[in-house]
Design a protein around this ligand. Structure first.
Ligand code: IPE
Ligand code: IPE
Ligand code: MG
Length: 240
């Protein structure tokens, strides 16, 4: 693991006050609590998703500035189709907006964007935006955001097993995350202490961090305090 001294000095200054903070290379986040955030304000759930999308933007830029290599966020699960159709379409509309912005701005600002999950059931418009975003991103090296859309760990493993049987390749090379190192740290805001079908294979030795903060209220400062706590953990991977 790299020490923060090797990363963007301005962004890591407050993190590194005591010296020697060890930054994770890959952080995964289950962006949860949008609905409860909206309910507490007498707003419709879609407004919570809008606020959550803003938090995502802030944290993505913050991770880039800190010098992390990967940020993987859970945006829409294979089970989230069970929700009211207005809520599902609000979430998918935000995805469209985000992809449009990514094409215009994030990619030009050095953020490489990748999508994980089964994109097949998504609309033709979203699919073509995804292809365009990935094509433009392919020339960028450096910080990468993986946006998980219609993603479920069991669905990913089922698709990967079929691919592996056909090609004879190892299962890990057939996952949506092939070529991406496993997350070092998983953060779940929103108070629930479960994985909700997220990255079931990849989280085998990931450090887990749960916070009651609802995702729209999550800040870069809280992210930094979690990184400071991560830095104190002793990762053994089954060794002595
Ligand atoms: C997470 O927030 C976003 C998605 C699952 C799409 P929720 O919508 O699950 O918010 P809560 O958990 O109901 O508060
Ligand atoms: C997990 O949150 C999915 C995303 C954040 C996209 P959920 O709100 O769907 O999870 P459960 O239902 O509380 O387990
Ligand atoms: Mg939830």
């Amino acid at each position: 693991m790299k020490s923060s001294s090797a990363r963007n000095p301005a962004a890591t200054a407050s993190l590194n006050e005591g010296g020697g903070v060890v930054l994770p290379k890959h952080v995964a986040i289950i962006m949860d609590g949008n609905g409860r955030w909206a309910k507490a304000r007498n707003m419709v759930r879609a407004m919570g998703h809008k606020a959550g999308a803003e938090t995502f933007r802030t944290i993505a830029y913050h991770c880039r500035d800190l010098g992390l290599d990967y940020l993987t966020v859970y945006a829409f699960s294979t089970e989230n189709w069970k929700r009211d159709k207005f809520e599902v379409s609000a979430i998918l509309r935000l995805l469209e907006d985000y992809l449009l912005e990514a094409i215009e701005k994030m990619v030009s600002e050095g953020i490489r964007l990748n999508i994980l999950g089964d994109t097949e059931p998504l609309s033709e418009r979203i699919k073509s935006l995804i292809s365009r975003t990935i094509e433009l991103s392919s020339v960028i090296s450096g910080f990468q955001v993986n946006l998980c859309v219609n993603y479920g760990g069991r669905d990913e493993l089922t698709r990967a097993a079929a691919k592996s049987n056909l090609s004879g390749k190892p299962l890990g090379d057939c996952l949506d995350t092939a070529n991406i190192p496993d997350p070092d740290l998983l953060i779940r805001p929103g108070g629930e202490k479960r994985l909700s079908n997220f990255l079931l294979w990849q989280l085998a030795y990931t450090e887990l961090y749960f916070t009651d903060t609802l995702w729209p209220d999550f800040t870069s400062a809280e992210f930094d305090s979690i990184l400071a706590e991560y830095s104190k953990r002793n990762r053994r991977y089954g060794g002595a």
